[in-house]
Every structure is written in structure tokens, then in C-alpha cells.
Design a protein around this ligand. Structure first.
Ligand SMILES: Nc1ncnc2c1ncn2[C@@H]1O[C@H](COP(=O)(O)OP(=O)(O)OP(=O)(O)O)[C@@H](O)[C@H]1O
Ligand SMILES: [Mg+2]
Length: 346
């Protein structure tokens, strides 16, 4: 980073402290006294209905919009005390539909902020190559020289993400970054981003209106209700099992029990005292077998398809390590229930 940077660390927490935004001429706030703490390295999804204040919350962080009252801190520093222009360069910002500049090549798009920061040409070129590789785009073919219109939608979104990462910002703000993708590409880019996040650990505030995306991506989910008020801020499992109010319950959907099952690998349902059935016993049970890292939702599908009372859980070598019954699956899907032995199993 350049010498006059705001000197934020590689991953920095984001703290909203009674953050409020009232747009001029409006009678109701777009964001109302938001208290939210995104820990350094954490990925928090901000979800809620259209007009709920999600984009406003992001734009307050990089001061594209100024607070009416309250404060936002990056680490210990109030954003009001930082240079706004520098702040924007030090925060990765991915907007919906990628926002790539159509008249600039992919290499120039990705290298834009490093260039503004005065990096040397060779460093920028290396960084562009490194980032393209990071998201599975081969830098040695002509992709870096192409224009955004010459890439597929999914490729453009990947470029949009790595462009935001280019100057190694401590914080990423992402506003519906995968919104324009078809479901298959979207799932693929989600997996890619999750792997990337696990590797680089940037503090990330990720806006989506898709609760399934939030459940899949988040360490914690913040749900805003109309009027820019925080309805709940908790882990995906808690939001699904104990929605704070009727609004959240409705927002997460009637199938929240099934969604919850999809979060739980079957190995977490194996009680330490589970008796491991012998091969002979599992054969006579004729229960379907499932590998222990698969989700409880997959286990339920197998049980229902085979019309059995449970599944045999196996390790990577197809050796049985225990069983999970239909009753146990149903009790978790029934929700509000912590029947998961997860904390004691690897
Ligand atoms: N510049 C502005 N002037 C006045 N009101 C605004 C302005 N920008 C946004 N608003 C209002 O603030 C509220 C929150 O808008 P915001 O864009 O933050 O919502 P959002 O949750 O991102 O919605 P969406 O899911 O549709 O993107 C809305 O009622 C919107 O009309
Ligand atoms: Mg928005």
C-alpha cells in the first residue's frame, strides 16, 4: 500500500455502532441505529427485503454515503477520522453486475487501484496474473487482454471479485455479487469464493436477498427488516432453529427445518456412544449408506427414497462408523432443537 494509506491491517473488524442514515427529504431512516460487529476475517451476509437498507449499510462503510448519526469503526478507527478517498481504495467493493469498465482490458480493470496507488508496472502485472490464477482463469491465454464484453457472465463476476482484491484490502464489501448468474454458475462461483475466503480470510460484508446463499456462505447472518432495523444477527443454524420473530421466521421460509439439515454433516449427528454396526448387521439392516461428510439433508433423501428407518454412516473407505435414524433426522428438521452431537465429534 502507498505511504499515505490509512494503515489498516490485513483483516480488520467492522463495527456499526448505532449507525443511522436518514436520506435528505425522507421522514423514515433507511438504516435505523444498526449495531453490528463483523469480526476480523469473518464473512457476514446482510439479508433483507428490497429497500431494507442493505446497500446503504455497505456504502456507509466506504463513505459513498455519510452517516446521519452513530459511528462505524474499522478495527479501532472511526471511519470519520480516515481519509475518505484513501478509505475507498483500501476497501474492496464489488457491486452488482460487476461494474467492470467496458473500454478497459481485463488486466487494466484489475490493475486499476494498484495503478492509482503507484505500484510499479511489473508488480501490477504479477498481481494481475496471480489473481486471475486464483479464480481459475488462465492468465497465459489472452484473457487479460480481452475486454469485459468478451467474457462470459461468470468470468466477468470472477474478474469483478479479484479486481476488488487487487490492492490486498483488509475489508471486502460485496453487494449482490452473484445476482446476475444462472443457478449452476452461481453455485460454482459461491464455492470458489468460499474457498478463496477460507484461504485469504478477508473481513467480508456480503449483501444478498437470497437466504439460501446467506445460509451457505455466512459465518453469521444479519437480517434487516423494512425500515432498516436489525431483526436478528446470529449463526445460520440459530437463525433457522430459533428465528427471533415472525418476520425472520417468514423470511427464512417454511422449509427452514430442511435448510437446517443441509447445514449439518451426518458425522455431527453420530453420538460418541453410538454403537458401530458390524458389516453383517448393516447388510441385514439394508439401510442406505452415506459418507460421513455428506449433509443430513442428503441422508433424509436417502431414507425417504429407500423407505427405511435410517442410514448407515461410513468413513471415506466405506467402513461403517455408526447409524443415524429417521427419527433423529426428523427431530432436527422439526427445529428449535440441539440434537446434534457435533461438538464432540471430529
Ligand atoms: N439517495 C437516496 N435518497 C433518498 N432515499 C434513498 C436514497 N438511496 C436509497 N434510498 C432509500 O433508502 C431505503 C434503503 O435503500 P437501499 O438501497 O439501502 O435498500 P436495499 O436493501 O439495498 O434494497 P435492494 O434489495 O432493492 O437493493 C429505500 O427506501 C430507498 O428508497
Ligand atoms: Mg441494494
Amino acid at each position: 500500500m502507498s505511504e499515505d494509506s490509512n494503515d489498516l491491517r490485513t483483516a480488520s473488524s467492522i463495527t456499526f455502532d448505532q449507525a443511522t442514515k436518514m436520506y435528505p427529504g425522507q421522514t423514515d431512516p433507511a438504516l435505523d441505529a444498526l449495531d453490528l460487529n463483523v469480526e476480523a476475517g469473518e464473512l457476514v451476509c446482510l439479508v433483507g427485503p428490497s429497500g431494507g437498507g442493505k446497500t446503504t449499510a455497505l456504502m456507509l462503510v466506504n463513505r459513498l454515503v455519510e452517516l446521519s448519526s452513530g459511528d462505524i469503526r474499522l478495527g479501532e478507527k472511526s471511519i470519520g477520522s480516515l481519509n475518505a478517498i484513501q478509505l475507498r481504495r483500501e476497501i474492496g467493493y464489488v457491486i452488482q453486475q460487476t461494474g467492470l469498465f467496458p473500454h478497459m482490458t481485463i488486466a487494466d480493470n484489475i490493475g486499476l487501484v494498484p495503478q492509482i496507488l503507484g505500484w510499479k508496472k511489473a508488480s501490477i502485472r504479477n498481481r494481475v496474473h496471480e489473481l486471475l490464477e486464483l479464480v481459475g482463469l488462465t492468465p497465459t491465454d489472452d484473457i487479460a487482454k480481452r475486454y469485459p464484453g468478451q467474457l462470459s457472465g461468470g468470468q466477468q463476476q470472477r474478474v469483478g471479485i479479484v479486481r476488488a482484491l487487487a490492492a490486498n484490502p483488509p475489508v471486502m464489501l460485496m453487494d449482490e455479487p452473484f445476482g446476475a448468474l444462472d443457478p449452476i454458475t452461481r453455485a460454482h462461483v459461491q464455492d470458489e469464493f468460499l474457498a478463496l475466503h477460507n484461504e485469504i480470510g478477508k473481513t467480508t460484508l456480503f449483501v444478498t436477498h437470497d437466504i439460501d446463499e446467506a445460509i451457505k456462505m455466512s459465518n453469521r447472518i444479519a437480517i434487516l427488516k423494512p425500515g432498516g432495523k436489525l431483526a436478528q444477527f446470529d449463526t445460520p443454524d440459530t437463525v433457522l432453529s430459533r428465528p427471533a420473530d415472525d418476520f425472520v421466521e417468514q423470511f427464512v421460509g417454511e422449509d427452514r427445518g430442511l435448510k437446517r439439515l443441509s447445514l449439518i454433516p451426518v458425522r455431527k449427528m453420530l453420538n460418541p456412544s453410538t454403537v458401530v454396526p458390524s458389516d453383517k448387521e448393516t447388510a441385514s439392516l439394508s439401510w442406505p449408506r452415506i459418507e460421513r461428510d455428506k449433509s443430513a439433508r442428503t441422508a433424509l433423501s436417502l431414507v425417504l427414497a429407500a423407505e427405511t428407518d435410517g442410514v448407515v454412516v461410513t468413513d471415506g473407505d466405506d467402513v461403517p462408523v455408526g447409524t443415524v435414524t429417521l427419527k433423529e433426522l426428523a427431530s432436527i428438521a422439526g427445529s428449535g432443537n440441539d440434537a446434534v452431537a457435533g461438538s464432540t465429534t471430529p
